[in-house]
Design a protein around this ligand. Sequence first.
Ligand code: SF4
Ligand code: SF4
Length: 148
Amino acid sequence: MPLREQRDVTEIEGVLNKILNINSPPVARCRLLSTGFNPGHALNITEDIGGHKECIGCGNCIDICPILFREPSRRNKTEQRTSMALESIVGADCDQCDACVLACPQVDTTIKNYIVTHRMIEVMSRLEQRIGDEDELDLDLFVEEAIT
Ligand code: SF4
Ligand code: SF4
């Protein structure tokens, strides 16, 4: 089955960058900018849900979020594994790492490719600047554990 034609990022680059610059989980907004459920996705139901942009509750964004990895007590606040849950338990503490967008099956590959090729260097240098910051003890601990 041919893949649905995905979003041309040049048409949405301005709004996409605005979304990625906000201090809040970006995955739900990137999902809405995407083209929705692809017929090639294997979900065995009879209803045609091609093009639907809803969160399918796979929990990938919850699993990949570094904030929730560093602070599992936040994750324990809810059993829900949706973008709405991510927004409520991370909120403005978002690291703006964009990992949730890259992990979401409902976000177009074109948007993911744009993030990897245009945004990742900025993301990494921003995180690197925060290492050693007295207000970011959790981040320091996380990096220390990761490299030992
Ligand atoms: S910290 Fe990263 S993975 Fe977690 S919500 Fe923010 S952008 Fe998404
Ligand atoms: S990764 Fe899964 S749970 Fe998160 S927004 Fe995408 S579809 Fe929803």
